[in-house]
Design a protein around this ligand. Structure first.
Ligand SMILES: Nc1nc2c(ncn2[C@@H]2O[C@H](COP(=O)(O)OP(=O)(O)OP(=O)(O)O)[C@@H](O)[C@H]2O)c(=O)[nH]1
Ligand SMILES: [Mg+2]
Length: 233
């Protein structure tokens, strides 16, 4: 299974790749980690690494670009090496660039995923739970999950990270949407319907990469995506 780890900057993607790969290895699986973030050194043993071909800091110098322009250019230049980044394993974890919108909204980002995907591929969308303070931010997370699955054409599981710092009652936040008043209330209520297109309402998956908690739950959800025996309730 190929797992594309997506998430906003600093949400814990690389740490997740390192720790979740240890978790899967301990279960006896053949696990591979691949770095497709040209701007960051891998913090795990990478079986393949985009930085062997393209490094964002060099693209910045060479093309005289700022960080985001250079990252976009790196993704554009890197896509022709995508074939060399395809590795085999029971589970292959792909660590994606920090600025997820550059990856999601560029044609090359999608091309990367298309080239690296197989029959059983999924995205794990990591959302930093410490940023989930209110119903509005939850709805934004829900919509982002929907966008990730749409842009990448992959089944996507949302996992809330950093739950060791702060826990949030996600179901409570969904209920809060209905008690809101004011101009945004109607919009929020309409949008909350999208939650059904995500894995959030069945069971919010909360993980800590530091404490390595919640991984069993995520592992089951991932396997259930491709299991004909049931939904992920
Ligand atoms: N407390 C806590 N910290 C975490 C967790 N996961 C990651 N971190 C910390 O969050 C920071 C960012 O983690 P990274 O793994 O680099 O995040 P990232 O999404 O790969 O970051 P970019 O690639 O730069 O976007 C680091 O200081 C991690 O140690 C977690 O579950 N709990
Ligand atoms: Mg990273």
């Amino acid at each position: 299974m190929e797992i594309f780890v997506i998430g906003s900057a600093g949400s814990g993607k690389s740490t997740f790749v390192r720790c979740f790969s240890d978790f899967l290895t301990e279960k006896g699986y053949d696990v591979r980690c691949v770095n497709i973030d040209p701007a960051s050194e891998a913090i795990y043993t990478a079986s393949a690494d985009i930085r062997k071909y393209i490094r964002t800091e060099e693209v910045m110098r060479e093309y005289g670009l700022g960080i985001n322009g250079a990252l976009l250019k790196s993704i554009e230049l890197g896509v022709r090496f995508a074939g060399s980044l395809k590795v085999k394993g029971d589970y292959v974890l792909y660590d994606t660039p920090g600025q997820m919108e550059l990856f999601l909204y560029s044609a090359e980002g999608r091309e990367f995923v298309e080239k690296l995907s197989g029959r059983f591929s999924a995205a794990v969308f990591l959302m930093d739970i410490t940023l989930l303070g209110d119903a509005e931010s939850l709805i934004s997370a829900i919509l982002q999950n929907v966008i990730v699955s749409l842009r990448l054409s992959l089944p996507t599981i949302t996992a809330f990270t950093k739950v060791d710092i702060r826990d949030v009652d996600v179901e409570g936040l969904i209920e809060d949407v209905y008690s809101k008043e004011g101009v945004l209330a109607e919009l929020l209520e309409k949008v909350v319907g999208f939650v059904e297109y995500t894995t959030i309402p069945y069971r919010p998956i909360k993980i800590s990469n530091i404490k390595k908690t919640g991984y069993e739950d995520l592992f089951s959800a991932l396997n259930e995506l491709f299991c004909s025996c049931g939904d992920i309730s």
